[in-house]
Design a protein around this ligand. Structure first.
Ligand code: SIN
Length: 281
């Protein structure tokens, strides 16, 4: 029997893996969240960085929006198509004819925004027979295991997070015409301090981070590559195997993730809402 952590009254949280993650039972998100359960979920998220709500039924878009809003105002994705009637909902849908699969490379969601989202709540309603797992990384641990000399070198450095190369025409097969649209970019500290826990986390990722400011192009590339390789090490990861209607809620301020597209030509589908965050410091 796995250990239940945290002394919660409304939910049961068991560690999903040693690096991060908590499996949550005892709450049915399709019914919304009362204040006490909300407070426990928020505490569990800070403690485990990503939560997996098990034994769920399908959450309506209204309820998913309402649950997301308890954690803060919702973020609007800069590129993805908007769900009819629910513009804050991003429908994840990958199938035989997809050209790209959402989240298939390492990233922290929309880190190219000046104020990137603090968290994301995703439920999947259609799953492939096997595959379609999502890998999450503990970016606190990635930072904490760096040698002191490298921590000192990174202190005060900022990096460019861009998205033109990611989003341009990305959703054209889903009806998005982005001609004339400008996609965001922003400079963020390479090491950020989590605004709620006060802990330091590495904040670079292969999808959006293009350049460390103030270094030559070759120095920047070499340092970024070594940081990417470091934080992608298996010891900082867990690999989540989805079951129908599972909900994942991750903290983008101290994790990154990678959705594996290994199930073509099968289908994988769900809905996500994303909660606005602060400017990284
Ligand atoms: C995402 O990055 O939002 C997608 C994650 C997933 O589909 O597992």
């Amino acid at each position: 029997m796995p250990t239940v952590t945290g002394g919660y009254r409304r939910i049961r949280v068991t560690p999903y893996g040693p690096a991060l993650g908590g499996a949550v039972r005892g709450v049915d998100l399709a019914r919304g969240l009362d204040r006490e359960t909300y407070a426990e979920v928020r505490r569990a998220l800070l403690d485990r960085q990503v939560l997996f709500f098990k034994e769920q039924s399908e959450i309506s878009p209204e309820t998913q929006v309402a649950v997301g809003r308890m954690f803060g105002p919702l973020h609007m994705h800069p590129a993805a198509p908007r769900m009819s009637g629910y513009p804050e909902v991003f429908e994840i849908h990958v199938h035989r004819d997809s050209r790209v699969a959402n989240g298939e490379f390492w990233h922290s969601d929309v880190s190219c925004d000046e104020e990137p989202p603090m968290g994301t709540i995703l439920q999947l309603h259609v799953l492939p027979a096997s595959g379609g797992d999502t890998i999450f990384v503990n970016m606190y641990a990635a930072y904490e295991t760096l040698p002191d000399a490298l921590k000192n070198r990174l202190s005060g450095l900022t990096a460019r997070h861009a998205s033109e190369h990611v989003y341009r025409e990305r959703y054209s097969d889903r009806g998005v015409d982005d001609r004339g649209k400008a996609y965001p970019s922003a400079d963020h500290p390479v090491v950020r301090t989590h605004p709620e826990t006060g802990r330091k986390a590495l904040y670079v990722n292969r999808t959006f981070t293009t350049r460390i400011n103030g270094l030559s192009a070759s120095e920047s590339r070499a340092l970024l590559e070594s940081l990417f390789d470091h934080c992608e090490e298996p010891r900082f990861q867990i690999r989540f195997r989805w079951e129908l209607n599972d909900v994942a809620f991750w903290d983008n301020r101290c994790t990154m993730h990678h959705a594996i597209w290994d199930y073509w030509p099968e289908e994988r589908k769900g809905r996500r809402v994303t909660i606005r965050g602060d400017r990284p410091r």
